[in-house]
Design a protein around this ligand. Structure first.
Ligand SMILES: NC(=O)c1ccc[n+]([C@@H]2O[C@H](COP(=O)([O-])OP(=O)(O)OC[C@H]3O[C@@H](n4cnc5c(N)ncnc54)[C@H](O)[C@@H]3O)[C@@H](O)[C@H]2O)c1
Length: 257
């Protein structure tokens, strides 16, 4: 039987890699995002390569919209096995130039970052868990944390706290859902190179190559492979954990890094 995954932020950089990787593994994917145009592109790409996908447009900070999107997924594919909440980001979510230390940070930035990263994880996990419990066949819930949630970062207190919240949610929810054979885990990327980074500039090169111990760019696929593993049957005994995928970056962080 074909497994079904519900992916938030499925049209972003890591979300696209995740959707494509899961589809390649034979999983039907509901690619969700707030950005309709980008959703259509990812869905077309998956279908052109023989995968099964639908596109859903919703705001993950609105629980009614998230519930409806999960219902749509079940309507389209008949079931739900995997939920991956990738949607998220730092102060950038509230617009450019919004990074600030807490003493200077605005309410709207704190609200936005907590809502997308943390409230989104609550809403998507809850909607998916309700369906999985009713199905009675277990399931996989995977939320996105960050190494910033593990170590903190100057100018990103709201982001660090939102991702720390995701890690705590992961542990508590794993306890609640264990009896239903639903595993709950988180993936914590380090610095992931983005397509818009110009690696020919010294800053771009530093961003892409010098942010971990391996001296290579961490890509969206590198993160997606961890999601693929956690979503698979092979990971059936792993729950309540956060997995760092950062090329060893956290080992080398010091000071205000
Ligand atoms: N890129 C990195 O270096 C890095 C590092 C650590 C953690 N992460 C985490 O990985 C995840 C994905 O990051 P990314 O680099 O792919 O970011 P991205 O900006 O490329 O993708 C995020 C996606 O979320 C969507 N989104 C934003 N607000 C939304 C909302 N309210 N409702 C629905 N969708 C919404 C955006 O449209 C976008 O497509 C995030 O949770 C991020 O915090 C990224």
């Amino acid at each position: 039987m074909k497994k079904v995954a519900f992916i938030t932020g499925g049209a972003g950089y890591i979300g696209t890699a995740t959707a494509i990787t899961l589809a390649r593994a034979g999983i039907a994917v509901a690619v969700g995002d707030i950005n309709r145009e980008a959703v259509d592109k990812v869905v077309n790409q998956i279908r052109e390569n023989g995968g099964e996908a639908i596109g859903l447009v919703y705001d993950v900070t609105n629980s009614a919209e998230v519930n409806e999107a999960v219902d749509e997924t079940v309507k389209a594919f008949g079931r739900l096995d995997i939920m991956v909440h990738v949607a998220g980001g730092s102060a950038r979510l509230a617009g450019p130039g919004k990074y600030a230390q807490l003493v200077d940070q605005e309410d709207e930035v704190i609200d936005k970052v907590l809502k997308v990263n943390l409230y989104g994880a609550f809403y998507a996990s809850r909607a998916a868990a309700r369906v999985m419990i009713k199905q009675g066949e277990g399931g996989r819930i995977i939320n996105f944390a960050s190494t910033v949630g593990v170590n903190g970062l100057v100018g990103s207190t709201e982001y660090a706290a939102s991702k720390g919240g995701v890690m705590s949610l992961t542990k508590a929810l794993a306890k609640e859902l264990g009896p239903h054979k639903i595993t709950v885990n988180a993936v914590a990327p380090g610095v992931v190179c983005r397509p818009e980074v110009d690696v020919s500039t010294p800053e771009g090169h530093k961003y892409a190559y010098e942010t971990n111990l391996l001296g290579e760019m961490c890509t969206g696929e590198d993160i997606a492979y961890m999601v693929e593993y956690l979503a698979s049957d092979k990971a059936r005994m792993i729950t309540g954990q956060t997995y760092i995928v950062d090329g060893g970056r956290t080992l080398s962080m010091k000071g205000t890094d």
